[in-house]
Design a binder for this molecule. Structure first.
Ligand code: FMN
Length: 268
């Protein structure tokens, strides 16, 4: 990575917070007590911009991004966030209406804040947001399932449901998102992890905007069986599909939260 950390000498107070907060300890003071990359360390910089975020005097910038263009920090919403987490439901009935493009744009603006293992901006989001495209995906999927000689399990269920006029796989959703990771740059072992984290953020933010979502393991499984799905989702060749999620305007309203059982938790 090219050297991107920079400091405005006039406003630097030499506090050293940027040096302390660098995840790979790439920064050090120069002879005049200004922070700089330590020799040979710039190439390891992952571009997390913690230096820019932590600098009390706004002296640190990164790749030309100036501190005054950042959002203010706000972490005091635990009650609302917990309520959102508890209220989130998998939505399996959707209004037959396209997703408001303003809501899609809101979600897109949130995406860069999603963490990835190496902080590489290498996630690929395929947002299928038109009925025509969703219907094309549905058509190909059920066609391929119909052509299977002896479908079992999910495929048999989906086939039977389809004949009964029900869309078991895509739940009649007007939109879906597929997330993929770049095979070349993704952190080792994180091909699925980065995508699934991304969809967790996607889901919560989408539901906070009044949209419904459902994780779609079925579509993910089918994409492994039916290569055409990669093309329909327009996943580039050098990317691995991580997971899929349906979304749209919900046609169902829950009156209360569920009361899930506790997981096994061991506080050591
Ligand atoms: C990784 C994952 C894959 C899932 N795949 C599907 C799916 O293919 N179809 C579906 O209807 N629900 C799917 N779900 C939804 C779960 O069934 C659902 O989260 C669970 O029953 C709890 O319900 P809730 O999300 O409303 O709390 C999936 C959930 C996760 C986390």
């Amino acid at each position: 990575m090219t050297q991107k950390f920079a400091v405005t000498k006039e406003s630097c107070t030499h506090c050293g917070l940027c040096i302390q907060d660098c995840p790979i300890y790439a920064l050090e003071f120069d002879d005049e007590q200004f922070p700089q990359y330590a020799p040979g360390k710039a190439e390891f910089c992952i571009g997390c911009q913690h230096c820019l975020a932590i600098c009390p005097s706004g002296a640190a910038s990164f790749g030309g991004k100036k501190p005054e263009h950042s959002h203010s920090v706000s972490l005091e919403h635990s009650a609302g966030l917990l309520q959102l987490i508890q209220s989130r439901r998998s939505i399996r009935r959707y209004k037959d209406a396209p997703v408001d493009s303003a809501a899609v744009q809101e979600i897109v603006k949130m995406l860069p804040f999603i963490p990835t293992a190496k902080n590489a901006d290498d996630l690929y989001f395929s947002l299928v947001a038109t009925k025509e495209k969703m219907d094309a995906i549905r058509r190909v999927t059920y066609q391929k399932i119909a052509e299977m000689e002896n479908p079992t399990g999910l495929y048999l269920l989906a086939k039977e449901a389809f004949h009964a006029g029900k869309d078991l796989i895509f739940r009649g959703a007007p939109a879906m998102v597929a997330v993929a990771t770049d095979k070349e740059t993704v952190a080792e072992g994180c091909e699925t992890v980065d995508s699934v984290i991304a969809l967790s953020y996607f889901e919560l933010y989408a539901q906070s905007l009044g949209l419904g979502t459902t994780w779609c393991g079925y579509a993910f499984m089918i994409a492994q069986q039916i290569p055409e799905m990669y093309a329909l989702l327009e996943i580039p060749e050098n990317y691995t599909l991580g997971y899929t999620m349906l979304f749209g305007m919900p046609a169902v309203k829950y009156q209360r939260t569920t009361q899930p059982d506790m997981f096994k938790v061991n506080i050591l």
